[in-house]
Design a protein around this ligand. Structure first.
Ligand SMILES: N[C@@H](CCC(=O)N[C@@H](CS)C(=O)NCC(=O)O)C(=O)O
Length: 374
C-alpha cells in the first residue's frame, strides 16, 4: 500500500504534492513524488524528491519473499565492484552486498548485483528497483534529505583527488590554471571541484562526461590536463584501466571529504538497522579479533560476554533486528570481518592496493568504530 511520507522538520508545512509517477517494481503504483516544502515565511521553497516510502519491515519481507537482495553497485570499478572475466562481481562494495545476504539468509550468494551508473543510482533506489545501494556513493546532507534516502554507515572514508600525467610535473592547484579538467556529471566531485577552484581563484575549464569510460577515456587521450574523482576511484581506474598506470600520478592534495557507504530508502527503519548492524558486525569482528578463520573456534570457546552476544551464543540481538541470532556469525564466517574484506579487495598484494589510512579501526588511529553489541 502506498504510504504518505511525513516530513517532521520544525515548522515546515507540506504545501503541494505533485506526483511524478513511474511504475513501482512491485505493485505498479507510483513511486516517486516531488513535493514542495514550504519553510517559514521569508525562506525559499524547497523541492524534495520523496521515494515511495516502505513501511517498517516491508523491505525485509519483500527480500525474504523474493529470496535474494538486489544490490545496486557500480560494476566498473576494480577493487570496489567489478565483473571479473568469469562473470563474478568482485570488490569491496560487492562484498558488503554479500555480507548483507549472509546476515539475512545465512547465504552470501543470495545477491543479485545491479550495475548502475552515477545518474541511475538514486532513482533505482527510490523506485524500489534495488533494496540497497552500495556504490561508491558519498553521504551529504542534501542527498540524505531531498532524495528520500538514508545513508547507513560509512564503509570507506575517501577524499577527492586529482590525477595528472606524471611527466606534467603538476603538483599544485595553481599548476592547473587555464587547464581542462575531466570530471563526471552528477557527482559530488563536479561540485567540489568548482568550490575548490573558486576558493583558490584558479581558472579552469571543466570537461563534463556522463560515464566513467568517457571521463577516463578523454583523460587517457590527452583531452584534459587532469582528471578528478574520489581518490579510491583514481587509483582503482589508473591501476585497472589506464594503459600505462605508472605514467600517471595522484597529486598530493585532497579536495574534500567523501564518506562512502550503503544507502537505503527512508521509511523502513528495520531495514536501515539491518544494513547498519551488518556493517558494524564486520567492524566489531575485526575489533574483537574474530575472523572467518577463527570464528568456529570462538563459537566453541568464547568466554568474553560481548563476543558471546555477537556470535548469538547469548541474548537475542539478531532477533531484535528481525534476523536470526547467528546473523553476525554468518557475516564473519561467510564473508569475513572488515579487515578481511579490505585486504581481499584493496590490501597490499592486490592490484588495487590502497593504504588503510582513515579506514583503520579507531584503536589504530582510524575512524572505524562499532557501537556495542548489547
Ligand atoms: N562519490 C562520488 C562520486 C561517485 C561516482 O559516481 N563517481 C563516478 C566517477 S569514476 C563513477 O563512479 N562513475 C561510474 C559510472 O557512472 O558508471 C559521489 O557519490 O558523487
Amino acid at each position: 500500500m502506498r504510504k504518505l511520507f511525513t516530513l517532521t522538520t520544525l515548522l515546515v508545512v507540506l504545501s503541494l504534492t505533485i506526483a511524478a509517477c513511474a511504475p513501482a517494481a512491485t505493485g505498479g503504483e507510483p513511486v516517486i513524488q516531488t513535493v514542495v516544502v514550504t519553510a517559514p515565511p521569508g525562506t525559499p521553497q524547497v523541492q524534495v524528491q520523496v521515494a515511495q516510502a516502505p513501511g517498517f519491515g516491508e523491505t525485509l519481507q519483500a527480500v525474504q519473499a523474493r529470496g535474494n537482495i538486489v544490490c545496486g553497485v557500480n560494476g566498473q570499478l576494480p577493487g570496489f565492484s567489478f565483473l571479473d572475466p568469469a562473470g563474478e562481481m568482485l570488490g569491496f562494495d560487492a562484498d558488503f552486498c554479500r555480507a548483507l545476504a549472509a546476515a539475512v539468509f545465512g547465504d552470501a550468494t543470495k545477491v543479485e548485483f545491479r550495475p548502475l551508473t552515477t545518474q541511475e543510482r538514486f532513482t533505482a533506489l527510490q523506485t524500489g528497483e534495488i533494496d540497497v545501494l552500495i556504490r561508491n556513493t558519498t553521504w551529504s546532507l542534501v542527498r540524505d534529505t531531498e532524495l528520500g534516502l538514508n545513508f547507513t554507515v560509512t564503509t570507506f572514508y575517501d577524499g577527492q583527488g586529482i590525477m595528472v600525467p606524471a611527466d606534467s610535473g603538476f603538483d599544485s592547484l595553481d599548476d592547473l590554471a587555464g587547464g581542462t579538467i575531466c570530471v563526471q556529471k552528477g557527482t559530488t566531485t563536479e561540485l567540489n571541484l568548482a568550490d575548490v577552484m573558486a576558493t583558490n581563484n584558479v581558472e579552469y575549464t571543466p570537461a563534463v562526461f556522463d560515464d566513467i569510460n568517457a571521463t577516463y577515456g578523454a583523460y587517457a587521450e590527452g583531452r584534459c590536463d587532469a582528471v578528478t574523482s574520489d581518490k579510491s576511484q583514481l587509483s582503482s581506474v589508473a591501476k585497472g584501466a589506464l594503459p600505462n598506470p605508472d605514467d600517471h600520478v595522484i597529486m598530493d592534495l585532497t579536495l574534500s571529504k567523501e564518506p562512502l557507504g550503503p544507502v537505503v530508502r527512508h521509511g523502513d527503519d528495520q531495514w536501515l538497522d539491518i544494513v547498519k548492524w551488518t556493517i558494524y558486525a564486520t567492524i566489531a569482528g575485526e575489533d574483537y579479533g574474530v575472523s572467518s578463520e577463527n570464528v568456529d573456534d570462538q563459537l566453541a570457546n568464547a568466554t568474553n560476554p560481548e563476543i558471546r552476544r555477537f556470535l548469538g551464543l547469548e541474548g537475542d540481538l539478531g532477533l531484535k533486528l528481525g534476523l536470526t541470532n547467528e546473523f553476525a556469525y554468518n557475516v564473519i564466517k561467510l564473508v569475513g570481518n572488515y579487515e578481511e574484506i579490505y585486504n581481499r579487495n584493496l590490501g597490499e598484494g592486490t592490484p588495487t592496493f590502497i593504504p588503510r589510512g582513515l579506514n583503520s579501526l579507531y584503536s589504530d588511529g582510524g575512524l572505524l568504530y562499532s557501537p556495542p553489541f548489547r
